[in-house]
Write a protein that binds this ligand. Structure first.
Ligand code: SF4
Length: 261
């Protein structure tokens, strides 16, 4: 479930629409190739993305959906050589990305010791999601992803509750909260519910986020210097890539410090 750009036809550079903003220097329609995309499917400004105003590209993660769609669903047929199926491929990619994201979270949930009572259900959800990723393009385009996501999310929430129950005392519940620019330096956020919270530009330096659930939380420009994120639940690499941090930021073993920290 890690992106393998060498086996993908640069779908993330073609499929999504861009709006000119702090994340993208240009407007681009969905299904239109980015002008920086080269014929070999490489990015012409890969080493200068932030300087050139394409910060959004540095924090995108397809969870391996790109190579699955390119090499498995469409059998290695590049959209450039197959205009007849290109539109199908562009419709399938976001579906596959959603499925792969769920696979990532389910895989993590299966590693959480307190969630052991849910392992049979988690395993079943994982197998079902994997089965859906093997659908052909027609079936994938018809798939009711929100319904499947909703079922999986309910399971992930139960897993998260079991983990957070390990933290004694009252835990903070800031699900979906507007914490943009919040001063949370050195805060005790152990076991907090931060699902979908807006933490853009928040000062979380030195904060203790162990066993907090941060699924879907927006960490853009949040200050994570010296924060403890070991055991943070459902933290993903793109959230770290969007934040600020330093060598003292403690991370779960599956994730790494972004190069620019
Ligand atoms: S700037 Fe580079 S990485 Fe971003 S969409 Fe364009 S080609 Fe892809």
């Amino acid at each position: 479930m890690r992106a393998d750009c060498g086996n993908c036809f640069a779908l993330c550079c073609v499929v999504p629409a861009f709006s000119a903003s702090v994340d993208f220097a240009i407007d681009k329609n969905a299904g239109q190739a980015c002008p920086n995309l080269q014929r070999d499917s490489r990015c012409g400004i890969h080493t200068r993305l932030r300087d050139k105003g394409f910060r959004g590209c540095t924090v995108y993660d397809c969870f391996g959906a790109g190579q699955q769609v390119s090499q498995v669903t469409f059998g290695g047929q590049d959209w450039r050589q197959a205009p007849r199926t290109a539109q199908q491929m562009f419709r399938v990619f976001p579906v596959m990305r959603d499925l792969h994201e769920l696979l990532w979270y389910l895989t993590e949930a299966l590693t959480l010791r307190p969630a052991r009572p849910l392992h049979v259900e988690l395993e079943a959800a994982l197998r079902e999601t994997e089965r859906l990723t093997r659908y052909n393009p027609e079936l994938l385009m018809e798939l009711d992803v929100p319904a499947h996501r909703s079922e999986v999310n309910a399971l992930l929430l139960r897993a998260s509750e079991l983990v957070r129950a390990e933290v004694r005392g009252k835990k903070k519940d800031r699900r979906g909260a507007d914490l943009i620019g919040a001063r949370l330096r050195d805060a005790d956020l152990r076991g907090a519910n931060l699902r979908g919270a807006y933490l853009i530009g928040a000062d979380l330096a030195g904060a203790d986020l162990r066993m907090a659930d941060v699924i879907g939380a927006d960490f853009r420009d949040a200050d994570l210097r010296g924060a403890d994120l070991t055991g943070t639940v459902f933290l993903i690499q793109s959230q770290l890539d969007a934040a600020r941090g330093d060598a003292a930021t403690k991370l779960p073993p599956a994730l790494h410090h972004p190069e620019r920290w």
